[in-house]
Design a protein around this ligand. Structure first.
Ligand code: BES
Ligand code: ZN
Ligand code: ZN
Length: 479
């Protein structure tokens, strides 16, 4: 993140400033003339929340949130306005900007800042002319009634965590192998203050994690199993929350090869679940949220090779259950199942897994939301959906009805890894359900984890989907 964010207790009148207000009289002192005021007031309308004027030594941006009855939608509008504001600021080549809040709720300006910052994200690591491409904007200063330094820093860390997840998703597999992912996670752990244990291939083999080993068979690079733990002394929960993330650093489909061009191109993003887990734990640790949380990330490539697992093979999972592998492209559920079984030994309060698991989930709701299902209580699901609305990573529950289970019955093993042509997101969930023994939520983030065209502050490429959701939910659950 190249832009720094800080809190200020008084405004400078020499600097470019974005003024956020609902009542025009709060900002009337900023106009140099009556025509300026008329121009701004005329310009702001039901369609336009943002208008700017040039006062020679500085630029002023006037932002009036659109009328909106639902609080979380008002915040989302402000995030989007933040992304629009970034575009204008960047075009003007401004190097610093004050964000001044004159609305009743200090969360308004934080949402604006969040949208601006997330909208400014760009993955420039592999650009040789990155200096030219990088935004000139270097400094954001936040000012406003009710705003605190603490809250500004919290949001800054959460934005940074989201960008860390995006970076991981955007890294191609030529860099981000399973072992490199483990190394990156270890470094982030040192920086933010969470513990990381990496199980290597021989440890994974001695534990008999049959799902992870099977998926890795065709890969020239070894798998890893990553255990992240953040356990502050003031943790409010006695049983940990566990976050499990699918870490397929590249999914070719294996011997059930994905057809090219198209369906394979974006599969460096098949570790977006893992990235969300890393980002969320990073933010919780950085902000010292009093919650005990464990992250479990099985990581591997899924590739075809002479040794690769073949359709029709039967494997024994870490839990002892046998699985007939009928499609090697349904690999995510195999590695997740081992991690879900591993989670049981922590006697968790709740386990949440995140995975780019099925094309079916993406087909069902597109990039607009997250398909989820699970065995957690209705109360937990309600709280979870509320968090989804707040951060605008919206959740839609799919059923885990018994009847779907028959689709994954195998004639020779306990279950098979492939369901029928319909309800693919659900049959994947039914598969995972065989490996859990605690309250559980499964999030299929295939639709929104990676975008091929820009969408406001979500940008394009990796979105960091899940980081803000998990952070909000876990913080609220101990708050
Ligand atoms: N990683 C894919 C799912 C995916 C598809 C993620 C599109 C993001 C965008 C997963 O491993 C997969 O290939 N799933 C198969 C399962 C099927 C063979 C049962 C699918 O959804 O087609
Ligand atoms: Zn696959
Ligand atoms: Zn996959």
């Amino acid at each position: 993140m190249s832009i720094t964010i800080s809190y200020i207790s008084s405004l400078s009148d020499k600097e470019s400033t974005a003024l956020l207000f609902t009542d025009g009289s709060a900002v009337s002192g900023f106009y140099k003339s009556e025509p300026e005021k008329e121009y701004v007031e005329k310009g702001l309308s039901a369609e336009t929340a943002l208008i700017s004027i040039n006062q020679y030594v500085k630029q002023l941006f006037f932002i009036k949130p659109k009328a909106e009855n639902i609080a979380y939608r008002r915040k989302e509008n402000l995030r989007k306005t933040g992304a629009d504001l970034f575009k204008q600021v960047s075009q003007l080549k401004l190097e610093s900007l004050q964000l001044a809040s004159y609305t009743d709720d200090p969360e308004d300006v934080l949402a604006l800042c969040e949208g601006l910052m997330l909208g400014s994200y760009d993955f420039l690591k592999y650009k040789t002319d990155k200096d030219k491409k990088e935004t000139k904007l270097k400094q954001i200063r936040l000012y406003g009634k009710g705003l605190t330094q603490e809250r500004v820093e919290e949001i800054r860390n959460l934005i940074e965590a989201t960008c860390i997840a995006r970076n991981l998703v955007n890294e191609p597999v030529i860099y981000l192998t399973a072992e490199q992912l483990s190394e990156d996670i270890s470094q982030l752990g040192e920086e933010a203050g969470f513990a990381v244990e990496v199980l290597n291939e021989s440890k994974i083999a001695s534990l008999k994690m049959g799902g992870l080993l099977a998926v890795n068979l065709g890969s020239p690079n070894p798998p890893t199993f990553n255990i992240l733990e953040y356990k502050p002394s003031d943790a409010k929960n006695s049983q940990p929350y566990i976050l499990v993330g699918k870490g397929v650093v590249y999914d070719t489909g294996g011997l059930s090869l994905k057809p090219t061009p198209n369906s394979m191109d974006l599969m460096k993003s098949d570790m977006a679940g893992a990235a969300a887990v890393v980002g969320a734990i990073y933010a919780l640790a950085k902000n010292q949220v009093p919650v005990h949380v464990v992250g479990l990330i099985p990581a591997t490539e899924n590739r075809p090779d002479g040794n690769a697992i073949t359709p029709g093979d039967v494997i024994t999972m870490y839990s002892g259950k046998t699985v007939e592998v009928l499609n090697t492209d349904a690999e995510g559920r195999l590695i997740l199942a081992d991690a879900l079984h591993f989670a049981a030994k922590y006697n968790p309060q709740l386990v949440i897994d995140l995975a780019t698991l099925t094309g079916s989930a993406a087909k069902a709701i597109g990039k607009e939301g997250i398909v989820y299902m699970g065995t957690a209580s209705d109360e937990i699901k309600k709280a979870f959906e509320a968090s989804g609305n707040e951060v605008y990573e919206r959740l839609v529950e799919f059923p885990l009805w018994d009847e779907y289970g028959s689709q994954i019955e195998s004639s020779i093993a306990d279950i098979k890894n492939l369901g029928g042509p319909d309800a693919g997101a659900i049959t994947a969930g039914k598969f995972l359900e065989h490996f859990i023994s605690y309250p559980w939520l499964h999030l299929d983030i295939a639709g929104g984890a990676f975008l091929t065209s820009p969408d406001s502050y979500r940008g394009k490429n990796g979105t960091g989907l899940g980081v803000r959701l998990l952070y909000h939910f876990l913080k609220s659950s101990v708050g």
